[in-house]
Design a binder for this molecule. Structure first.
Ligand SMILES: *Cc1c(COP(=O)(O)O)cnc(C)c1O
Length: 356
C-alpha cells in the first residue's frame, strides 16, 4: 500500500532527500564520518551550512542586507526572541490576530515587561485586514502569512504599511513572497523545510543591535556575528534543510513549486466545492494552499473519514483538535499522486455516505 502523509507537521519530506540522507548517513561527503558526528567547527561542516544558506538566499532572493539564521527552538522560541530583539525604538508592537498561532505569538509578546502590544482584529470567518490600530509609531506589525489550523492565508501583503514581521512557518517556500516587504521572517522547519526543532530567521541587519541582557542564543545580532554557531547549531536539521533547498532549486524554485501547489489545492478545493457532503467555508481568495480544511458537518462522520482514510494509507487527515473536521496539508513534497489518491477516496466516501 502506498502511504501519503497529509500531516500538518512534521510534514512530508521529498523522497529523494530521504534517500540521499540514508545513502550518506554513515559517511558524509566521503569523510567516513556521519554528519551527526562531524565537528561544527570543521571545514566540511562550515561549507555545508554555507551552501544551505546560499540555497535559501537563492530561493527567496535574499540579499546581504538580511541575515539568515538557523536557530534552535522552532517557531515558538522566536515568539519571544522576536519582540526581545526588535523593540528598541518604540516599545510598541501590533499583532494581527488571524488565528491560533498568531494568538500564541501575541501571548508571548504580552509576557515581556514594558512592551505595549496592540491586538489587531481577531479572525472571524474572514481574515482581518493588515493595518495598524492607530497612528502611534510601531516597532513592527506581526503577521502570520498562513494560518495552519484555520486553513487561511494572506497571499498578498500590502506595501508601505509599516515594518512587517511574519511567521511563515506553514507556507514559506510554498508561494512567492517578496522578502523586501519584511523586516523579519521566521519559520519553524518541520513543515516545508526539514526536521523539527529548528527555526529559520531572516532579518534585516539594520534592525539588529547587540542586547547584552538577552540570552546569547536568543540574541539575533550575536547569532549573526557568530554565523548561527554561537553554540552547537542544529546540525542535522541544517543539513537536511540544505538538501530540501537543493531539491527545490532543481524542481525550479518557488515559482515552479507554487504552480504545482496551486494546481493541487485547486483540484481539492474544486472537488470539495462540488461535493454533496464535504464543505470548506473559507473565502475563496483567502484559502490556504498548504493546509486545506474541510468537514462533513457531522463529527462522527468526520471521525470515520479520518480513520478509514488512515487504513487506506492516507495519513494525518484529522483536523486540529481545537477545530475538528479534516485537514489535508499539501506541503511542497506532496506528490500529485497523493492528492489524486485523496480525492478518489473522498469520492468513494461520498458515494457510501452521500445519502445521510
Ligand atoms: C507549527 C507552527 C508554529 C509552531 O512551530 P514550532 O516549531 O513547533 O514551535 C508556529 N507558527 C505557525 C504558523 C505554525 O504553523
Amino acid at each position: 500500500m502506498t502511504v501519503y502523509n497529509f500531516s500538518a507537521g512534521p510534514g512530508v519530506l521529498p523522497a529523494a532527500v530521504l534517500d540521499q540522507i540514508q545513502t550518506e548517513l554513515k559517511s558524509f561527503n566521503s569523510s567516513q564520518m556521519s554528519i551527526l558526528e562531524i565537528s561544527h567547527r570543521s571545514q566540511q561542516y562550515i561549507e555545508m551550512q554555507q551552501a544551505a544558506e546560499d540555497s535559501l538566499r537563492d530561493l527567496m532572493q535574499i540579499d546581504d542586507r538580511y541575515a539568515v539564521l538557523f536557530l534552535h527552538g522552532g517557531a515558538t522560541l522566536q515568539f519571544t526572541s522576536v519582540p526581545l530583539n526588535m523593540t528598541d525604538h518604540h516599545h510598541h508592537v501590533a499583532y494581527i490576530n488571524s488565528g491560533h498561532w498568531a494568538q500564541k505569538a501575541m501571548d508571548a509578546a504580552n509576557k515581556i515587561n514594558g512592551l505595549a502590544v496592540d491586538e489587531v482584529s481577531k479572525m472571524t470567518s474572514q481574515l482581518p485586514e493588515i493595518r495598524p490600530l492607530n497612528d502611534m509609531p510601531l516597532d513592527y506589525i506581526h503577521l502570520t502569512t498562513n494560518n495552519t489550523i484555520e486553513g487561511t492565508a494572506y497571499h498578498q501583503v500590502p506595501v508601505n504599511i509599516g515594518p512587517l514581521v511574519a511567521d511563515m512557518s506553514s507556507n514559506i517556500l510554498a508561494e512567492p513572497y517578496d522578502i523586501n516587504q519584511f523586516d523579519l521572517v521566521y519559520a519553524g522547519a518541520q513543515k516545508n523545510i526539514g526536521p523539527a526543532g529548528m527555526a529559520v530567521v531572516i532579518v534585516k541587519r539594520n534592525r539588529l543591535t547587540n542586547h547584552p541582557k538577552i540570552s546569547d542564543v536568543m540574541n539575533y545580532w550575536l547569532e549573526d556575528q557568530k554565523h548561527s554557531e554561537l553554540n552547537t547549531p542544529p546540525v542535522f536539521s541544517i543539513y537536511a534543510a540544505g538538501l530540501v533547498f537543493k531539491w527545490l532549486k532543481e524542481f525550479g524554485g518557488v515559482p515552479a513549486i507554487y504552480q504545482q501547489n496551486l494546481a493541487q489545492a485547486n483540484l481539492l478545493y474544486d472537488f470539495i466545492d462540488n461535493s454533496t457532503i464535504f464543505n470548506n467555508s473559507v473565502n475563496v481568495a483567502e484559502r490556504s494552499l498548504t493546509n486545506i480544511v474541510f468537514s462533513t458537518g457531522n463529527d462522527q462522520l468526520d471521525h470515520q473519514f479520518s480513520s478509514e482514510a488512515n487504513e487506506q494509507g492516507l495519513i494525518g487527515l484529522a483536523g486540529h483538535r481545537l477545530v475538528g473536521g479534516m485537514r489535508a496539508s499539501l506541503y511542497n513534497a506532496m506528490p500529485n499522486a497523493g492528492v489524486q489518491a485523496l480525492i478518489k477516496f473522498m469520492q468513494q466516501f461520498e458515494l457510501n455516505h452521500g445519502g445521510l
